[in-house]
Design a protein around this ligand. Sequence first.
Ligand code: 5AD
Ligand code: SF4
Length: 485
Amino acid sequence: MMDLVIPDKIHDESRQGEALVLEPAAGKNNGRKLYIESYGCAMNFSDSEIVASILLEQGFETTADYSVADVIFINTCSIRENAEQRVRNRLKEFTVAKVKKPGLVVGVLGCMAERLKSKFLEEEKLVDVVVGPDAYRDLPNLIDQVDSGQKAVNVLLSREETYADISPVRLNSNGINAFVSIMRGCDNMCSFCVVPFTRGRERSRDPQSIVAECTDLFNKGYREVTLLGQNVDSYKWKAGSESEGPSSESETNPGDNTTNFANLLELVALVNPELRVRFSTSHPKDITDEVLHTINKYENICNYIHLPVQSGNSRILEMMNRTYDRDWYINRIDAIRRIITDCAISTDVITGFCTETDEEHNDTVTMMDYVKYDFAYMFKYSERPGTLAAKRYADDIPEEIKQNRLQQIVAKQQEYSFYRMQARIGKVEKVLIEGYSKKSDKDYCGRSDQNAMVIFPVGENYKPGQYVNVLIERSTSATLIGKVV
Ligand code: 5AD
Ligand code: SF4
């Protein structure tokens, strides 16, 4: 049984394994075709766009058909075991393609690179090149090495790399929403998590390059940006800390030269009032009232916060090394409700973490009752090699219990999602139209400020990329349905 996830754009099930296809760079063609497919979180999809823009500069063309490709890349995720298993199966299919086409280059990018490099390259001989998330600038060089008959590896993690100067090419995109990476890596060391090992130390990107990218996106017609980081609330940029820090005092905290996340949100909100700003992921230990006040102050910063709780029990949170307890989390929820008018909240939950008792699991259930989340991503604990939990604690909750607990919270979330959706009936939502609905080209779909998917009939006076007011008439647990007013 797979993890049960309520889909959303941040870890979008429907995009797993999607291939990226782009216009070739003008005037450059090396006659070679690149196929790149991506797994995992939005950060990984965003990284694939960086990889593509580096290789387009080298004259590559992209293709959606791996059987005609000269280079196949798979951008991988390690967060849970089933994500890794999926990639492994896919690599076996590519190996078959390689037998038919000997010059074919097959490479593994992203989070699985560091941990599995020797396994993939030497033991299983599945791939020619393995590249970690901080080494994408080295790709042209690594491909040359493979062309000359060697295996190539670069899994070095960096303390500085943010790819700030590379403007990612965005296709497979509707031209309306884009992800913008504002930081990389993570310093939190949650005991269950591989990210600090696969993506390295946390570093923030120059705010000026972020604002420039968002301005450029707006000028190209985009109307929504999602600022991405593992822990956006610890975003921090000190002017002069890099060769080109922000130059203008007015863009930073008065008195000191540091831009924090609240300041950055404000800078991006000011790009244009017609540009919606979203962000993910917030960390309960770091989300400040200042951030909440900034969200409330700007109409175009969406009232939606993804605030992973992981567990509702303080002892389990301590073992998870989350550095907050139940009371702290509740205090942050209360602050959101107090400061922001009408804010949706979603979360991540892990069931069956090491030593979790039934009573402790029940604390997670009662937390869900307290918050009544709009959405939740729910997972069974899966031990990841090299993490603190793998070293310190036995993965001792039987699969069946993990599964039962997961099912219980999934059912509970289903109820609360429906409850939140039903509460919208009779209200008017401002919706940014994204395109036709999945089911019918007689309907448009788009998201409300609170990130709910809204479906309504197509009309002559509005089109994708525009905002409309939709009166909500009914709902399912995942969608609001209504008409433009
Ligand atoms: N087992 C289960 N879920 C995990 N997550 C991260 N690591 C693990 C793991 N080892 C979940 C957390 C995190 C989300 C991105 O994935 O809930 O917030
Ligand atoms: Fe992993 Fe915790 Fe960092 Fe999130 S905050 S990426 S769960 S270590």
